[in-house]
Design a protein around this ligand. Structure first.
Ligand code: SF4
Length: 467
């Protein structure tokens, strides 16, 4: 049993010079190893064998991720895997294929497992009509047992969602939502092709509260075209007036050579690195002043929110959707491009809709690629998770798995830990390390020290910027 002594009120420190001096790109560690390590030697047979080994013969609670790839219009900043269409009938066809995928999975799940967590992501999950959402829910209920204390969340694009739609989501069983906002400034919205009023956003959030949603999270992006400290002030004021329980502040990485839609953004009006740091610094100070707790990696929450409580009590978890309070469950993923995690494996479905449909038409699960963790990966995954969620390590906790003293097993990392300590990012103590308030803000730079694959350059991924 690990003991952690995180001070719940510990603040972060925004050390601008330090942030500017660190490598500016790195993995987000929603998984370790990161998805660029997945390979196509892991397909249906490996996945089925994992399911049989891990889930058959028990009634372990599980998590389910369901991907809806469709969006009505394109946001130019977006790097997600999505399909732009206004044709709702495409969703009907997609649901037929989800049904096929569930049917192929079912015999290997070993019965109806309780569903501890459910997440609808996209694309735009609310592209689906009320009737289509009902169909998906009954499909889920056929294969999993919905439980009263389950954490059931959905990503919402408020532009097409009414008060009645939100109440319908509540009746279906959703109890958490994350609402995409990004920026309320009309000039920024026009430049990224996402026109969204304060009123339609407020309607959705108010309706979520009426419908009994336990937590409302909002997503903002800094670094978008035309943004400046002055321009973001009204957006932040308005967002705070909406009183979200959680808030995510993501960095926009302008990479038009990788993401085609970003070519429609005029590079000349994208803020410089200096301006982006100004915006971030302003936002972080404001959120701190308004009492939001820094959870880690872009995320803030009210002190009474369960994420903040989990952080204070050392129970925080990190998974593909970011931070979570639930114990680390096996994650089954369905839908095009969806990524799951079962036992010591990761698997990802076909990323292309045609290939996803073709696999299911042939009667096989659409597993495109995956990864089986070795003992070293398992150890490092646990350690990185502890760093990201608890901001401290007790070296003895890893020595049984390592089979030798921590400093010996991590001999290559120790000098770098010394450097981090000199920079004031961590405090190295007898038998452990603790991340300092200024280190918390750049936690992934600290986690990167323990990434074997990054160290040995066994990766070709282009990572997003750390801040
Ligand atoms: S940001 Fe969201 S709504 Fe916009 S294109 Fe991307 S997935 Fe679709």
């Amino acid at each position: 049993m690990k003991t952690f002594t995180i001070a719940p009120t510990q603040r972060i420190e925004f050390d601008r010079e330090l942030i500017a001096s660190l490598p500016s790109s790195g993995p987000r560690y929603t998984s370790y190893p990161t998805a660029d390590r997945f390979h196509n030697g892991f397909r249906q047979p490996e996945y089925l064998q994992t399911l049989e080994t891990v889930l058959n013969g028990n009634r372990k609670p599980v998590s389910l991720y369901l991907h809806i790839p469709f969006c009505n219009t394109i946001c130019y900043y977006c790097g997600c895997n999505k399909i732009i269409t206004k044709d709702k009938s495409r969703a009907d066809a997609y649901l037929d294929y989800l049904e096929k995928e569930f049917a192929l999975l079912a015999p290997h799940l070993g019965g109806r497992h309780p569903l501890a967590q459910l997440h609808f992501g996209g694309g735009t999950p609310t592209f689906l009509s009320d009737g289509q959402l009902e169909r998906v829910f009954s499909l889920i209920a056929r294969h999993f047992e919905l439980v009263p204390d389950g954490e059931y969340s959905i990503e919402i694009d408020p532009r097409k969602v009414s008060r009645d739609n939100v109440h319908h989501l509540g009746r279906l069983g959703f109890n958490r939502m994350s609402v995409g906002i990004q920026d309320f400034d009309p000039k920024v919205q026009a430049a990224v092709n996402r026109i969204q009023s304060v009123e339609e956003t407020r309607t959705v959030i108010d309706a979520a509260r009426e419908a009994g949603f336990k937590s409302v999270s909002v997503d903002l992006i800094y670094g978008l075209p035309h943004q400046s400290v002055e321009s973001i002030k009204p957006t932040l004021e308005t967002v705070l007036s909406l009183d979200p329980d959680r808030l995510a502040l993501y960095h926009y990485a302008h990479l038009p050579h990788i993401f085609k839609p970003q070519r429609r953004i005029d590079t000349a009006v994208v803020p410089s690195s200096e301006e982006k740091l100004d915006i971030l610094q302003y936002a972080v100070h404001l959120l701190d002043e308004k009492g939001y707790v820094f959870i880690g990696m872009d995320h803030f929450a009210k002190p009474e929110d369960e994420l903040a409580k989990a952080l204070a009590e050392g129970r925080l978890q990190r998974n593909f959707q970011g931070y979570s309070t639930h114990a680390d469950c096996d994650l089954i993923a369905v839908g095009v491009s969806a990524i799951g995690k079962v036992g010591h494996t990761y698997s990802q479905n076909e990323k292309d809709l045609e290939a996803y449909y073709a696999a299911l038409d042939e009667g096989r699960l659409p597993v495109l690629r995956g990864y089986t963790l070795n003992d070293d990966d398992i150890l490092r995954r646990e350690l990185i998770q502890d760093l990201m969620c608890r901001f401290e390590l007790r070296f003895a906790d890893y020595e049984t798995a390592a089979g030798r003293p921590f400093a010996e097993y991590f001999a290559a990392e120790m000098p770098e830990l010394g450097n981090l300590a000199e920079q004031g990012l961590i405090e190295l103590e007898e038998g452990g390390l603790r991340v300092t308030p200024k280190g918390r803000f750049v936690i992934r730079n600290i986690a990167m020290v323990f990434d074997y694959h990054l160290r040995h350059r066994e990766t070709t991924a282009k990572y997003s910027q750390t801040v």
